[in-house]
Design a protein around this ligand. Structure first.
Ligand code: PLP
Length: 388
């Protein structure tokens, strides 16, 4: 058990994060919590748990609860649950839809989510509708007409960086009796708080910026209403289906979270500088980043996002697939790898990964901007673009 932070509820997220969401370990005075390795916990002579809430580690342990409480407070939510990966978190939410029901998902989002939902829905007799959430009126009409059990948004979307209007979509979901879940992985809870904008659930791949060091897989779902039927089903899903995060990964995640505010601040300024540079470059066709004025949902992004626009962007290179691959191949500081949200900047030619059916343009490079010096990132892009 850890001691409480002074006036914890009034602290800024930066301060909560810096202390890993709690004070020192009450038993030893340690300023970081131990890694609970035990899978099972004893009961006393009257068969009561010796430590309340400690029965079996698939249900809960003190480190999960501390980390989940910290993330719930960042989200301005009531409760959170950690999962073994972002996709395990997506699966737990998607299974809310019963056979015969309808799931409405934003089109053009993370391909892994789209692919999983297509397969899950086909297997389980769930009608899956994929629709462009930036065509707001059509998307709202879709909700009213099809009355989905679940609506899934990704804000901003990966890799197109589209920004859906969470407030308007959540209002329509409430009218239609739909649960709204927003995957806000590319933004982090410091930039966008979907629960405060009316969403029922918010999901993150903790593999990305929450951890920030490209060294664990994890996922998290949070709610604004812990008593809701949907939340109770998700808790049960985590406990019974068992896609829990390991204690060591949870400990790493909590360590990563300590620097989240600093990392997000630097990634925001770096990404904006890189996007502005690319936007003005003659060999660049388009920059997809909500922080540039020409982005089609720039005004909406400004009203929904705080402190910046995140670390993810895509850029379309003039000259097609070969030119894009040449730029990727010539980058020195950016590492050619998938994923996002780590301290190191990454570049990815997503078409190579996702293939023809994905709708990804062949000249698109996705950039995940890290915490390096912005001049080094811009210099690297400049020399790579000079070669085409
Ligand atoms: N959601 C988004 C937006 C992602 O980018 C990813 C992974 O890239 C996921 C979910 C899946 O997360 P994970 O890889 O942790 O399973």
């Amino acid at each position: 058990m850890s001691s409480e932070l002074p006036k914890a509820s009034g602290l800024h997220p930066d301060s909560l994060l810096a202390h890993g969401g709690g004070g020192h370990d009450a038993a030893t005075g340690a300023v970081v919590p131990p890694i609970p390795t035990a899978t099972t916990f004893v009961r006393d002579e009257d068969y009561e748990p010796v430590s309340p809430g400690h029965i079996y580690s698939r249900d809960d342990n003190a480190l999960y609860r501390r980390t989940e409480n910290l993330i719930a407070s960042l989200e301005a939510g009531e409760d959170s649950r950690l999962f073994a990966s972002g996709m395990a978190a997506v699966a737990a939410v998607a299974r809310l839809v019963r056979p015969g029901g309808t799931l409405l998902v934003q089109s053009g989002i993370y391909w892994g989510t789209t692919l999983f939902l297509r397969k899950l829905c086909a297997r389980n007799n769930v009608a899956l509708i994929e629709a462009d959430a930036t065509d707001l009126q059509a998307f709202l009409d879709e909700i009213s007409v099809t009355k989905p059990a679940l609506v899934w948004l990704e804000v901003p979307s990966n890799p197109f960086l589209q920004v859906a209007d969470i407030q308007k979509i959540s209002a329509r979901c409430k009218q239609a009796g739909a649960v709204l879940c927003v995957d806000a992985t590319a933004a982090t809870p410091l930039i966008i708080k979907p629960l405060a904008l009316g969403a029922d659930l918010v999901m993150h791949s903790a593999t990305k910026a929450l951890n920030g060091h490209s060294d664990l897989l994890g996922g998290v779902v949070s709610t604004g209403d812990a008593a809701s039927e949907a939340w109770q089903a998700i808790i049960e899903e985590r406990k019974l289906a068992g896609a829990v995060l390991g204690s060591f990964e949870t400990w790493l995640l909590l360590r990563g979270l300590r620097t989240l505010a600093l990392r997000v601040e630097r990634m925001n300024t770096n990404a904006q500088a890189v996007a502005d540079f690319l936007d003005a470059h003659p060999k660049v066709e388009t920059v997809l980043y909500p922080g540039i004025a020409s982005h089609p949902q720039h005004a909406l992004a400004r009203s929904q996002m705080q402190g910046g626009f995140g670390s993810l962007m895509s850029v379309q290179i003039k000259g097609g697939r070969d030119a894009a691959l040449k730029v990727a191949g010539a980058l020195d500081l950016f590492q050619r790898a998938t994923s996002l949200g780590g301290t190191e900047s990454l570049v990815e030619h997503r078409y190579t990964i996702e293939g023809e059916g994905s709708g990804i343009p062949e000249n698109l490079l996705r950039l995940s901007i890290g915490i390096e010096h912005s001049a080094d990132l811009i210099g690297d892009l400049d020399q790579a673009l000079a070669g085409i």
